[in-house]
Design a protein around this ligand. Sequence first.
Ligand SMILES: *Cc1c(COP(=O)(O)O)cnc(C)c1O
Length: 413
Amino acid sequence: MMNKKNLGFTTKILHYNKKKYIEHGSIHKPIYNNVAFKYKNAKHIAEVFQGKQNGYRYGRQGNPTVSALEKKITLMENGKYTICFSTGMAAIAAIIQGLLIKNDHIISSFFLFGNTNSMFNTINLQGIKIDMVDATDIKNIKKKITSRTKIIFVETIANPRTQIADLKNIGKLCEKKNILYIVDNTITSPYLFQPKTVKASLIINSLTKSICGHGNTLGGSLTDTGIYNWKKFSNILNIYKKYHYSKWGIIQIRSKALRDFGASLSPESAYNISIGAETISLRQKKACKNALSLANMLNNEKNISKVFYPGLSTHPQHKLAKKKFKYFGNILSFELNKNIKCFEYLNKLKIAIIASNLGDNRTLVIPVAHTIYFEMGKKKRKKMGISESLIRVSVGIENIKDILYDFKKALNF
Ligand SMILES: *Cc1c(COP(=O)(O)O)cnc(C)c1O
C-alpha cells in the first residue's frame, strides 16, 4: 500500500489524488466552470450552507478544481488546510480581512515585497498598527511586541535584496507569545523550504511564481500548518466556534475574506497552476543551480560592485540559508559600477527578458528602483538598501552557458 508519509515530495504531488476515482478515469482534476451546484433536495442545500454536510455552495467560495489544487498545496507544505486566492496579494490581504480588527498590531519584516509593503501602509491608515523592523535579528522584533500584537510577518528570502529573516527564533518567540507567525514562502517555494519546520502558523505562497512556473497564471494560497492553537486567538467569531478549533482560523478566513471580499481563484487558473506544480522540483533545481553559477560569475566581474545571493559565502545569512533551504533560490540582485548605466546594460542583454515576474522558466531582469520600488521614493529605497542601479534577476532554466555568456557579454562597453 502507498504510505503517504514515506513518499518523496514529487511522488506525493503527482499521485496524491489516486485514492479517489476521478470522473471518467481522468488523471487530472477537470476544469469545473460552473458557478452553482445542484442539491438532492431542500434539506440538502440547507445542510451544506449550515456546514453540517460537505459540499460546494457557490463558485466564489470554492470549486472542485480549486479544491484539488488546495489539497496539492497542503501536501507540498505538509500543512493541514489551504485556501487559494486569485493572486498572492489577495492571500496576504485575506489574513488581515479575515483575522484582524481595529487597533490590532502587526510586526513585519522591513525587507518586503514592494506591494506587501504598500498594502501594510494602507491598512495602517485604516486602523491596524504596523511596525516594520529588520527581522534578520530577533532582538528587533522582541522590542516591538505589545499586548495587541497578533501577527509577525516575514518573507523567507526577501525580494529583491535576499535578506533572510531569523526564521527559527521568530517561530519560537511566536509559540511562546501565542502570536500568529506568517511566513511568505514565495521566493523559496515549498520545494526548497517548508515553513512548518520553523513553526509557522500560516504560509503564503504566490502561486504565480515558482509553483506555476510558466508565467501564464496568477494565483495565491494560504496554508494553515496546524501548529497554531486557535483557542488562543481572541478574534474568532462565535459563529465559527461550533467547528473543531483546529479549523477556526481557516473557516473564518474562507468566510470573512474569500467569501466576503471575493478574490477567488478561477478554475482555469487552478488547473494551469496544478499542472505547473507537477514539475516544480525539476524546474527549481535547475533554476537554483543556474542562479548560483550566475551569482558566482557576476561576483568575479570587476564592473559589478555588489551581488546579493544567499548562495555566496559573503551573504550575511549564508550559513542560515545553507542549513534551512534545499537550494539558495532562483533570485539574485546586483549593482553595476558607476561607469555603467543600468538601462544600457539591460538593453544589451539578448536572452534575459526585461520583465516583472519571478520564478518563470525564462530568465527575467528588472531595474528595481525605476519600477517595482519606484512609488516608495528614493529615501525609503535607501533605507531598504535598494540602490538606484540595483538589477533583480529571476534566473530561469535555460542552458547555463547561454545565461553566463549573455550577462558577461553585456558588460563589454
Ligand atoms: C509576487 C509576490 C507576491 C504577490 O503575488 P502575486 O501573485 O503577484 O499577487 C507576494 N509575495 C512575494 C514575496 C512575491 O514575490
